[in-house]
Every structure is written in structure tokens, then in C-alpha cells.
Design a protein around this ligand. Structure first.
Ligand code: SAM
Length: 287
């Protein structure tokens, strides 16, 4: 949703914009085009490898941007360390990038075999391997239920615990096989049977929902009057948080909701990029 994000951020020359999930800097580059020559962009990401690629993408804008390795849940601390008190827009493009998904060694995908990792930040301690091999059956069950909304949480968690009795489950391939074995129904399904389990583990490993809640709370107080916060989410758990937070701050007269209904990608965009099919954009403006 490149066009919509750029339009809804209401960019002006001279703005200071925070891309809290800079990734490979696709959005960042378009934002910079609208705010230079005297504007600036701060790009944040938990993933050092993505930041290296972003650096390359933005090389023609030297001096106009800064990249910061960190978690957006600490946005206030990041502002402090960059000696900024407020900005003219904050953008969140949640979840993971195609680059991360398509790198088997990062362990995000059930489509290719790799280590059970799923950490956005490879310096952080807990990986999917730790959760799958150390949580109790009950804990795995509730993780799959709450972060994956997985119908077969009970069957999957039960089989995980049985299978890891012999040897630890250490690859995405092994986990996928277990999930497939746990499914009662083996025929055609709209989404791959491992989708929800992988989503749940990724959310838990990276503590994504807590990070989002904290980041929106902090963003409100880091925006100048009239500045906007734009959030693209990819599943209902994230969208629910954004919706609820915007509503809450609107009741406090801190935010004005610009998108009462979230914007969704056009059919043409979904055809071109099927991963965008579940994207939702919500926008609010600081009062
Ligand atoms: C969908 S991608 C962003 C793609 C980006 N908009 C672009 O145009 O290339 C999401 C990015 O957010 C990063 N990320 C996820 N959670 C984060 C967090 N709590 N703090 C900082 N970065 C995070 C991921 O590492 C990933 O690179």
C-alpha cells in the first residue's frame, strides 16, 4: 500500500519522519523523496541485516537519513538518544519482510527448511527453538490459541510435546511435518496448515503485540500537532490493537481518527503482491 501510505502521511518538505520498521527502505525512499532537501528520515529496525540493505537503498540520500538498530517499543528512548523531542509523522509497517521470509536460515518460513529461529533481532535471546522445546504442552496450547487463533492448538501442542521426547525439534521442516501430522483433515485448505502456528511462534518470539501497544502509546506523545501515525497491519490481532488504541486516544482528544474503516489494498495490488491480501492501513492525527 505504498501510494496510500505516502498520501496519508501528509508529507511536506522539511518534515522529520520516523519509519519505525524501515526494513529494506522501500517506503523510506518514497518518504525521503517527499521531504528533502531540508527534511529528514529516521529508519528503525530490529534486524541488522535489513538495515545493511536499507543503507544501500538510501545511499543517494546521504545526510538526509539515519538508521537505528532497535525495537520500536522503546521509541521514547530512541528519540532521547537521537536528541529529538517530536516529529512530523510515524509509520509502522508491521510483521516481517519478504527478505526475512525468503531467507531459510532465519527460520520464518514453513516453505523452506531452516533452523527454528524467527528472531527479528539475532542478538536477542529467545528463539522459536527455545519455545517449541521448553514450554509445557499447556503453554504451547495457549500460545497457539492466542497468537495464532489456531483451531487445532490442542492436537498440535500435544504432538509437539510427544515428538520432542525423542530429540529436540530443531528445524522448520520438522515442525511443519508435525503440524501436518496433527491435522485431522488432510485435503485442500485455503491457507497452509502451518501458517497459524508459525505466526503464533513469531509473535511470541518477538513479543510483537506488546511492542505494538507500547509503541502506539509512546507515538502519541512524540508527534507534533497535526502529525500523523500510519500503521499497516497484517492480521486481526494487530489490527484490533491499533483500532483500540486509536479509539482510546481519540476519547482523550489526543488523536483524531482519519480512517474510521481501515484501508485495504486494491484487487490489482493483491494480484501483483499476494502477501498484501490481509494488509490494513489505519491512520490517526495528533490533535
Ligand atoms: C514489513 S517489513 C517493513 C518493510 C518496509 N516498509 C520496506 O518498505 O522495505 C517489517 C520490518 O519491521 C521490522 N520490525 C518488526 N518488529 C519490529 C520492532 N518491534 N522494532 C523495530 N523493527 C521491527 C522487521 O525486522 C521488518 O524488517
Amino acid at each position: 500500500m505504498y501510494r496510500e501510505v505516502i498520501e496519508y502521511l501528509n508529507l511536506e518538505r522539511g518534515d522529520l519522519i520516523i519509519d519505525a520498521t524501515v526494513g529494506l527502505a522501500g517506503h523510506a525512499k518514497l518518504i525521503l523523496e517527499r521531504v528533502i532537501p531540508n527534511g529528514r528520515l529516521i529508519g528503525i529496525d530490529r534486524d541488522k541485516e535489513s538495515l545493511q540493505i536499507a543503507e544501500e537503498t538510501l545511499k543517494d540520500y546521504k545526510g538526509k537519513y539515519e538508521l537505528y538498530h532497535g525495537d520500536f517499543r522503546y521509541l521514547d528512548k530512541i528519540f532521547e538518544s537521537l536528541k529529538i523531542s517530536a516529529c512530523d509523522g510515524i509509520f509502522f509497517d508491521l510483521g516481517l519482510s519478504s527478505f526475512q521470509l525468503e531467507s531459510p536460515e532465519r527460520g520464518f518460513s514453513f516453505q523452506s527448511d531452516g533452523p527454528l529461529d524467527m528472531r527479528f533481532d539475532r542478538d536477542s535471546y529467545i528463539s522459536a527453538y527455545d519455545l517449541v522445546n521448553n514450554l509445557t504442552e499447556r503453554e504451547i496450547f495457549s500460545l497457539l490459541r492466542s497468537f495464532g487463533e489456531e483451531r487445532y492448538s490442542s492436537r498440535i501442542s500435544n504432538l509437539i510435546v510427544k515428538e520432542r521426547g525423542d530429540h529436540p525439534i530443531s528445524t522448520t521442516g520438522e515442525l511443519t511435518k508435525i503440524i501436518l501430522k496433527a491435522m485431522p483433515y488432510k485435503g485442500y485448505q485455503k491457507i497452509h496448515p502451518a501458517t497459524r502456528t508459525f505466526q503464533a511462534l513469531r509473535i511470541a518470539v518477538n513479543r510483537e503485540l506488546e511492542a505494538l501497544e507500547e509503541a502506539i502509546d509512546k507515538s502519541v506523545y512524540l508527534l507534533n500537532r497535526g502529525a500523523r501515525v500510519c500503521v499497516v497491519s497484517f492480521h486481526s490481532l494487530e489490527d484490533r490493537i491499533v483500532k483500540k488504541k486509536f479509539k482510546y486516544f481519540s476519547s482523550l482528544k489526543k488523536l483524531k481518527i482519519i480512517t474510521p474503516k481501515p484501508l485495504i489494498p486494491s484487487p490489482a495490488e493483491v494480484t501483483e503482491n499476494p502477501r498484501s491480501r490481509s494488509a490494513k492501513l489505519r491512520v490517526a492525527e495528533r490533535i
